[in-house]
Design a protein around this ligand. Structure first.
Ligand code: ACO
Length: 380
């Protein structure tokens, strides 16, 4: 049903908050994170440095980084209550297991309802430290393997791959997952961040806000697209089949995953960064190289056909297209992709919760009533 121009569908174009954290310029194809262009940061700072930038407003000094790394490393191990939930959820999709496990993390906070800046910062470190442990433990349990405990001597990203695969990752793989998490750490007022801010605006706590954000990230229109991107490439099989495949999908009224964005009307700058990361991973294994070459060729064909079939919609490659390639080259299962995304985005969610708590103003929009009026129950 059409809505009045005063209430844009899906809040399109509405500014819902002021933030110092990140800015998405959809026309210029730019993403600013804490004052830096994404390309300045990705591949040049570690994930913990980017988290510090968002949480403290500046990149850390060497000592500050070492301290933050130490603190996060000490928090990585999961308490027994959380591990019980992860075990019980071994057969559910990883993102659902992460949502359930995240909610249990309140149990380990001395004052879970405390929303002071110090309590928020402590919760931010806890959540950021433990998300990779949850996702790695679930990845192993879901295939009948025992979880592997975290190694405090490794950076958060390298430790994640260690806990998934049981061996220290090679430097290219460790750099790739780190660059991926920096790339997705924050992205303006996306749906999951908005969900977190709405929850925080009621003076609810950090764990509640982040648990809600995971629910918002899960959907295929937001973070759930990279799994289907990989399915798509497997179905396309070879570059010469791409055009027929994409035309058939569009004729059937289906969306092409990894393309289109509410804000970007040009190529998503995160796709550029991740395509380079996928390219580097492609040099390490022939299988990855073949998939990368197929993706590059299919991307061009899909863009051409989208422009022809959906003219003027400016449907360009988004972050999820190359995310799929990076994560599968790191040996992760497609069902874990969205939960792995959450391991990076959690630092951004926490920063937004801190900012929203400081703002301390309830987010409470109105709706436009389009139902009937004046109905009566009737009778005598
Ligand atoms: N494939 C085919 N057509 C598309 C696609 C697509 N991927 N995306 C949008 N369209 C079409 C719509 O069908 C619609 O066509 P119409 O005008 O003929 O009705 C038009 O473009 C506008 O679509 P909207 O849904 O209004 O655009 P919106 O800005 O709401 O969509 C979204 C953004 C949800 C990301 C959409 O592009 C999409 O579904 N993409 C595929 C899923 C995906 O890749 N999601 C990841 C996004 S990145 C992230 O969240 C981390």
């Amino acid at each position: 049903m059409p809505v009045s121009p005063a209430t844009p569908r899906g809040l399109d174009g509405v500014v819902a908050a002021q933030t110092r954290l990140s800015h998405v310029d959809g026309q210029a194809g730019e993403l600013i994170i804490g004052g830096y262009q994404l390309k300045e940061l990705a591949g040049r700072v570690a994930f913990e440095e980017a988290a510090h930038l968002l949480w403290r407003g500046a990149l850390p000094s060497r000592d500050e980084l070492a301290k933050l790394r130490r603190e996060i490393a000490q928090l990585r191990a999961l308490p027994e209550e959380t591990m019980r939930v992860v075990r019980a959820a071994a057969r559910t999709p990883p993102i659902d297991a992460l949502r359930m496990a995240c909610a249990t993390l309140s149990l380990d906070l001395a004052h879970p309802d405390d929303i002071s800046p110090a309590a928020d910062m402590a919760a931010a470190k806890l959540l950021t430290a433990r998300f990779p442990t949850v996702v790695a433990a679930h990845a192993r349990l879901s295939v009948g393997k025992q979880p592997i405990g975290p190694r405090p001597d490794l950076p958060l990203s390298a430790n994640f791959l260690y806990m998934v695969h049981g061996k220290e990752p090679d430097p290219i793989a460790a750099r790739a997952i780190d660059a991926y998490w920096v790339t997705v750490i924050d992205h303006g007022m996306n749906a999951s961040t908005f969900a977190a801010r709405v929850i925080a605006s009621t003076r609810s706590d950090m764990v509640s806000a982040v648990t809600g954000a995971i629910g918002a990230l899960k959907g295929p229109l937001h973070g759930g697209a990279p799994g289907p991107v990989l399915d798509m490439l497997k179905e396309i099989k070879s570059a010469d089949r791409a055009e027929a495949w994409v035309r058939n999908e569009l004729a059937a009224g289906r969306r092409i995953m990894g393309f289109g964005h509410r804000v970007y009307k040009v190529r998503d700058p995160r796709a550029d960064v991740l395509s380079k990361v996928a390219d580097q991973l492609g040099s390490a294994a022939l299988e990855n190289r073949n998939l990368f070459d197929l993706a590059r060729a299919a991307e061009q064909t899909i863009l051409k056909v989208l422009e022809e079939v959906k003219p003027g919609r400016n449907l360009r490659t988004n972050v999820e297209f190359y995310t799929a390639l990076v994560l599968q080259a790191l040996g992760l299962e497609p069902r874990s992709f969205v939960a792995t995304f959450a391991c990076g985005r959690v630092a951004g969610w926490c920063a937004h919760v801190i900012e929203q708590h400081a703002e301390d103003h309830l987010i409470r929009p109105q709706s436009e009533y389009v139902g009937p009026r004046g109905l009566t129950i009737g009778g005598d």
